[in-house]
Design a protein around this ligand. Structure first.
Ligand SMILES: Nc1ncnc2c1ncn2[C@@H]1O[C@H](COP(=O)(O)OP(=O)(O)OP(=O)(O)O)[C@@H](O)[C@H]1O
Length: 642
């Protein structure tokens, strides 16, 4: 099939072929549903090639805490197993059997409450090296929906392939993977517009870039129709036969899907009932005197057995028959499976040298990660309807609304209190909109971050610096537009120094509120964050000195005014508008203007205009403390909750 020429992905260090490309997607045999004829990945030969991996695990346990004073629960009960190289392996079992937990443990994703040992090519697993040869693709597709398939791949290649690699070589790797996975014709389609099966294939394609030897996929077929299921599993099978060990959890595969797996590992309540080839399952059950009825899908039958439908004694019996996964009798050619010692001889230690290029966990330098992530961030920001477009529009609209409502309040002596209300309303706007936007959008970003960070695309530090840099110009532009509109329409003094002071305080308030939102977004999900953000903001408002002046605050509550960043914002605004010995105000709309002299107003609201630079300093401290706290929370969230 000839495809239209793929577009070169601009601004990337990756070049794609502009010319027409031909992609081989051949339907498979009848009855098997559509599948891909996957050729060995030619481009990926440019990535360091390594020996296939034999993985085994022994006495794996996993215990989770059920909360304070509620004890703990053991999910995996000393399971054992052996996953041979070049095999597609299915971990099966009824719901709640512990499939995802076992996958989490084997992939190294789950680290707390885990016991037992994992061996790679006969040697105890060294996590740092293991992560360099493996990847984990979670059940939900964590993709950059605003970027096209080509852009997703190009940016991933810039992050995951060595920087010394030529951009044409990187392009070749990408073209090769996309062609093989049947995604080349969708190179210009955005991630969010792909179908479920295409999203799954893109998730696999992104991880294939650095040619992992072991791939873990959590329920890759969930949510797909039967034809997409077969496509994805067939694809995994072909990738496995090229020299990878691919381990998937699957729920209840159809008979035709089941046949595509080479090896099956069946769990029931955290224990192993069967480990062996797909073909050996029926003989195994016959041997155990629990034969699979004729015309019954063996996959369905073993799940029914594992669910206890035929009695708990059968589960116990099968568990003892397979010795909780220690028995290798039902694997392919059990007599020729090498011992651990033989494996170590086959794979001398020096093989690990390739995996140990330096102390860094990631493939490329921190500066490269930052520059790629900044590029990606700006590309997303340009297209993001909420974070960028809506944010600018909201600032224009709210600026106009406040401007109309408080028109010319800034210069009129009889409307000083109105103007005071306006300044507080501006603070509310600067606090609420960036904070809520971050609380609502960051949890979705967090799931992509956790996948990409776990799969070693970049460090958390690089990510954090890049989001800070990308957001700054957007915040400055949105805040500047708002400030110009509201400042001029409400008739504040047309003095560049006063405007600059007003703008600096506005921007600081936005940045502090956003950092506060980031902290909440990093620690909580959308529901809890939406509740906690405004809840924490109420005391900030109470202690800002607006309703109750700072002079009238009871002494035992005065500490509250120090921890409210709105207090510094309001004081800064007052200094900008009424400080610096502002002369008498006009009094044209009333006979008597109590606050014609700004110093009387300053005295009544108990705010000193001399504190402006202290206010800026306090907001700077807030900004740094909240940013650092948000970073630490993110770091904790990425590791401790695993
Ligand atoms: N953090 C946790 N706290 C308490 N229980 C947990 C926790 N994680 C998992 N479990 C429990 O452990 C059991 C196994 O969970 P797991 O997600 O591994 O099952 P599964 O076989 O993948 O199920 P499914 O097919 O439905 O996804 C379930 O009963 C689950 O409720």
């Amino acid at each position: 099939m000839m495809l239209a020429g793929a577009q070169i992905v601009e601004d990337s260090n990756v070049a794609f072929n502009k010319n027409n490309a031909s992609v081989a997607i051949e339907p498979s045999g009848p009855g098997e549903g559509p599948s891909f004829h996957v050729k060995p990945l030619i481009g990926s030969s440019k990535v360091v090639s390594r020996q296939p991996v034999d993985m085994s695990f022994s006495n794996i346990t996993c215990t989770v805490s059920l909360g304070f004073n509620k004890g703990s629960k053991q999910i995996l009960h000393g399971v054992n197993g052996r996953f041979r190289p070049r095999k597609l392996i299915a971990i099966m079992g009824p719901s709640g059997a512990g499939k995802s937990t076992l996958l989490d443990v084997l992939s190294g994703y789950r680290i707390s409450g885990v016991g037992g040992a994992v061996f790679i090519n006969g040697r105890g697993r060294i996590m740092k090296n293991f992560k360099k040869m493996s990847c984990y693709i979670q059940q939900d597709d964590r993709l950059q929906g605003l970027l096209t398939v080509g852009e997703n791949m190009a940016l991933a290649a810039d992050l995951k392939l060595p920087t010394r690699m030529d951009k044409y070589d990187k392009g070749e790797v990408i073209e090769d993977i996309l062609s093989n996975l049947g995604l080349y014709e969708h190179i210009n389609t955005r991630g969010s517009q792909l179908s479920g099966g295409q999203k799954k294939r893109l998730s696999i394609a992104l991880e294939l870039i650095n040619n992992p030897l072991i791939m873990f996929l959590d329920e890759p077929t969930t949510g797909l129709d039967s034809s997409s299921c077969s496509q994805v599993v067939q694809l995994c099978r072909n990738l496995a036969h090229q020299g990878r060990t691919i381990i998937c959890t699957v729920h209840q595969p159809s008979a035709s899907l089941f046949r595509l797996f080479d090896q099956v590992y069946v769990l029931a309540a955290g224990q192993c009932l069967y480990q062996g080839t797909t073909d050996n399952l029926v003989p195994y059950l016959e041997h155990a005197s629990i034969p699979c009825p004729i015309y019954h899908n063996p996959a369905d039958y073993i799940i029914e057995l594992a669910s206890g439908e035929y009695g708990e004694d059968k589960i116990k019996y099968l568990m003892s028959k397979t010795d909780n996964g220690r028995s290798l009798d039902w694997l392919e050619e059990p007599d020729s499976i090498p011992s651990m010692e033989a494996l170590r001889k086959q794979h001398p230690l020096c093989e690990l040298r390739n995996l140990d290029p330096g102390s860094s966990d990631e493939e490329t330098s921190q500066s490269n990660q930052r520059s790629v992530l900044i590029r990606r961030g700006f590309l997303k920001a340009k297209r993001d309807a909420t974070m960028t477009h809506l944010r600018v529009i909201v600032n224009i609209l709210v600026g106009l609304m406040l401007g109309v409502l408080f028109i010319n309040a800034g210069n009129e002596g009889s409307r000083v209190l109105d103007n005071y209300n306006l300044l507080f309303a501006i603070l509310m706007h600067h606090m609420m909109s960036p904070m809520m936007l971050t609380i609502l959008t960051f949890p979705a970003e967090m799931s992509v971050l956790s996948k990409e960070h776990f799969n070693r695309w970049y460090s958390l530090g690089s990510y954090y610096i890049s989001i800070t840099i990308v957001d700054l110009p957007i915040s400055i532009v949105a805040c500047a537009i708002f400030s110009v509109i509201v400042y001029t329409m409400s008739g504040q003094p047309l003095d560049i120094v006063r405007f600059s002071m007003f703008f600096v305080i506005s921007l600081y308030t936005v940045l502090v509120a956003q950092s506060f939102g980031l902290m909440i977004g990093a620690a909580f999900d959308v529901v809890n964050g939406t509740f906690l953000g405004p809840t924490f903001s109420v005391p900030m408002m109470m202690f800002a000195g607006f309703g109750v002046t700072l002079r009238d605050l009871p002494s035992y509550l005065y500490w509250g005014s120090y921890v409210s960043y709105l207090r510094y914002g309001l004081e800064g605004f007052i200094a900008a508008i009424y400080g610096m010995d502002r002369p008498k105000l006009a009094c044209e709309e009333a006979l008597y203007c109590h606050y014609r002299l700004p110093r009387i107003f300053l005295n009544d609201v108990a705010m000193s205009p001399d504190m402006f630079w202290w206010d800026v300093l306090a907001l700077t401290v807030f900004l740094f403390v909240l940013r650092i706290a948000a970073f630490l929370l993110l770091k904790w969230k990425l590791t401790a909750v695993r």
